[in-house]
Design a binder for this molecule. Structure first.
Ligand SMILES: NC(=O)c1ccc[n+]([C@@H]2O[C@H](COP(=O)([O-])OP(=O)(O)OC[C@H]3O[C@@H](n4cnc5c(N)ncnc54)[C@H](O)[C@@H]3O)[C@@H](O)[C@H]2O)c1
Length: 347
């Protein structure tokens, strides 16, 4: 399979009204490797045009991507056919666990519909080469007995609706790539800390919440353990900062297709291992004992079961070999950066 990258410089981001899609839009406009990039931003809620976007560079569309007709309108805008799609829309972990049918519809059916629409461009010959299809997956695709350190050949066996949906879509992205319909890049994201704003429907939301809320002077409930002394606080997670993750999204666009393993486009993005206890220690180090006192405990076994089923240790060699980058310095610099953002009023 030979795939060369198209170069029309038009990027479609789905889920652009969400957190990562929103910050990726700004990052792409600032990327020196894609000058004059044109963006098509789509979401079921009206996406925002990034501040400072050059006039005419951004088209926004409010669209339900479960409807093929609404997908179609994203390929017929004044910007023309995208050469790259960041397929970011989705129902987050707890959301798809609690509403199984909605999770299947959005995390599987609409991704298949997006792939079909991208394929039509390649079938028609209207796109000079297959559209780059960058899909955000998750470490929730893993479950069951796992090796101490996950590597590129570890088999994914999810134990939840979210991981199941992501894995089904991954398999389709791989197959559409193998057939030359798209140029897929599948990014299995670590849990990203610290997420700003209000708590999300993700099972892992507390991993950000126990840092974010106290730094804002608010109470946070930790659903793991009953006190600072609980052994449950040793629960480990594989995490990365938003800054590094966004940089990796931009890098994903530039990785030569030939560098990926021949049999799969799935890549877990670099991250590092932290525990709930290490997070709380970092909070204490950066913001003091008073901030730590804002964290209270109410053990939630469902939440703990799901997060515990996700692996917390990965071998970074493969993604770093592809050119992706890793955070350095653990939780403390991440907590410090978020504290600065809170002080600046941008968190
Ligand atoms: N944030 C993380 O830590 C993390 C970790 C692993 C994977 N991911 C994946 O990365 C992607 C982006 O994550 P995020 O944190 O920005 O999530 P988010 O929930 O902030 O954004 C997802 C967006 O998808 C949109 N959406 C949902 N259903 C839709 C539909 N039918 N049509 C159009 N839009 C629809 C929502 O309105 C929302 O704006 C998701 O696919 C998520 O599963 C995120």
């Amino acid at each position: 399979m030979t795939i060369s990258n198209p170069s029309s410089n038009v990027v479609l981001i789905t889920g652009a009204g969400g957190w990562l899609g929103g910050i990726l839009s700004s990052a792409l406009l600032a990327d020196p490797e894609t000058p004059d990039v044109k963006l098509i931003l789509a979401d079921i809620v009206e996406p925002q045009v990034p501040a400072g976007a050059p006039k005419g560079s951004v088209i926004t569309r409010k669209a339900d991507l479960c409807d093929p007709a609404e997908i179609d309108q994203l390929f017929t805008t004044a910007h023309g056919v995208p050469d790259t799609i960041y397929c970011f829309h989705g129902i987050m972990s707890r959301g798809s666990e609690d509403n199984f049918d909605l999770g299947l519809k959005v995390n599987i059916d609409s991704i298949r519909a997006m792939l079909e629409r991208a394929r039509a461009e390649s079938d028609n010959g209207t796109s000079p080469s297959p559209i780059r299809f960058i899909f955000t997956s998750s470490l929730a695709v893993y479950g069951g007995p796992l090796p101490d350190v996950v590597g590129p050949s570890t088999i994914a066996t999810p134990e939840g609706a979210y991981g199941c949906g992501k894995l089904v879509s991954e398999i389709m992205v791989n197959e559409y790539t193998r057939r030359g319909y798209v140029d897929g890049r599948i990014l299995r994201l670590p849990t990203i800390v610290v997420r700003p704003g209000v708590p999300s429907a993700a099972t892992s939301a507390f991993i950000s919440g126990i840092i974010r809320e106290p730094l804002k002077g608010l109470q946070a409930v930790c659903p793991v353990g009953d006190s600072l002394q609980s052994p449950e606080l040793d629960l480990a997670a594989w995490v990365a900062s938003p800054e590094t993750t966004i940089r990796n999204f931009v890098i994903a666009k530039h990785v030569p297709a030939s560098k990926f393993l021949a049999h799969t486009r799935a890549v877990y993005l670099p991250g590092f291992t932290t525990t709930v206890r290490e997070e709380l220690d970092a909070l204490r180090e950066v913001a003091g004992e008073e901030a730590l006192k804002l964290v209270t405990f109410k053990d939630d076994p469902t939440n703990r079961r799901i997060v515990s089923s996700w692996p917390a240790r990965f071998d970074n060699s493969y993604p770093v070999g592809l050119g992706f980058i890793a955070d350095e310095g653990g939780m403390v610099p991440i907590v410090r950066r978020f504290q600065e953002a809170v002080k600046a009023g941008t968190a």
